[in-house]
Design a protein around this ligand. Structure first.
Ligand code: SF4
Length: 324
């Protein structure tokens, strides 16, 4: 978490500070760039640091703890909300520094071990595998966006087959705009909500042609403004298409498993709530890996119904494990 301090804490007025729980301390931002990684401001041309909480730019804080009451003081973080406008969050910095789920590193290592063979459907047919890697960069990016639009509420096998048909048809902005809705529907059927997706694909593709020179936008804010594109999709697009980690892509698997393992402070009701909760404590250098790890884990072992706890390396340290 990056905040802008007006002074105090032994720093200079106007310094940016990182409240990363992984450092266990507050340190000026220039000490922390390595931890934030090369994506610290990549792709945004930022003059202000990037806020991992919102996938957007942090603005400022107002409260400055005095030396004697440092632990009790609160830090106000202001950020661009994805819904538009400015959101604020106030938290005690000492609490922010401390909370993380118990055993999470061991649980993560176990999941890595269980995912070692990379043989889940997502490994063969996920969005990273569906685009034509020999196509021009803007076409590849368009195909990444399309595969993610098709993938919601749809099994990877079905998305992959639809992408294959689209690519054989010619998956470029111009080709899709010239394709009538009936044909497009036949090409993507039976992906979930295919009728709505035909509409969204056509609308989004027209916007890309008119406003982005047939490329896709390079910010989360612009991506979520496209019809049929939500925050989860936007962060995955940023990661895969632009190689820029802006947030955690939380789908139904990541949402379910994060709650089973108690990787969220309080139970979360929606994937979007889970994304915010995870980004609050999970080190940023794991944000990209976590989606891939948990999706495959959820497809093979931690199933939505009847998880295979007996085969799971986490069965002794998972709060949701079936003990029988
Ligand atoms: S023990 Fe069961 S519920 Fe827990 S992570 Fe493993 S499969 Fe999922």
């Amino acid at each position: 978490m990056v905040v802008f301090l007006m002074g105090g804490l032994g720093g200079q007025a106007g310094e940016w500070w990182n409240l990363s729980p992984t450092l266990g301390c507050m340190a000026p931002l220039y000490w922390c760039r390595e931890e934030l990684g090369p994506d610290y401001s990549k792709g945004y041309g930022l003059k202000v640091p990037f806020s991992p909480l919102s996938g957007s730019r942090a603005h400022s804080t107002a409260s400055v703890p005095s030396k004697s009451s440092r632990k009790e003081k609160k830090v106000t973080v202001r950020y661009d909300s994805l819904e538009g406008g400015i959101a604020e969050k106030e938290e005690t910095d000492s609490k922010r520094l401390k909370w993380e789920p118990g055993n999470w590193r061991q649980q993560l290592d176990n999941i890595r071990e269980m995912r070692r063979n990379k043989d889940a459907p997502v490994d063969q047919m996920g969005a990273e595998k569906c685009f034509d890697s020999s196509a021009p960069p803007e076409v590849m990016r368009y195909q990444v966006l399309l595969s993610l639009m098709l993938s919601s509420q749809t099994k990877d096998q079905v998305t992959s087959a639809a992408m294959l048909r689209l690519r054989e048809h010619g998956l470029t902005v111009d080709n899709v705009l010239q394709t009538d809705d009936v044909t497009l529907g036949q090409l993507i059927y039976p992906v979930g909500f295919w009728k709505n997706k035909v509409k969204y694909i056509k609308q989004t593709t027209a916007i890309l042609k008119q406003q982005y020179g047939s490329d896709i936008p390079s910010t989360v804010r612009e991506l979520v403004n496209l019809p049929g594109v939500g925050p989860k999709m936007a962060h995955l697009v940023m990661n895969i298409a632009w190689n820029n980690v802006t947030g955690i892509g939380v789908d139904t698997h990541v949402h379910r498993i994060s709650n089973r393992l108690k990787w969220v402070k309080k139970e979360t009701k929606t994937p979007e709530e889970t994304r915010v909760a995870l980004e609050d404590w999970l080190p940023r250098d794991l944000w990209s890996e976590i989606n891939w790890l948990l999706v495959g884990f959820g497809q093979q072992i931690c199933l939505p119904v009847n998880p295979r706890c007996k085969e799971c390396l986490n069965r002794h340290i998972c709060p949701a494990a079936k003990r029988c």
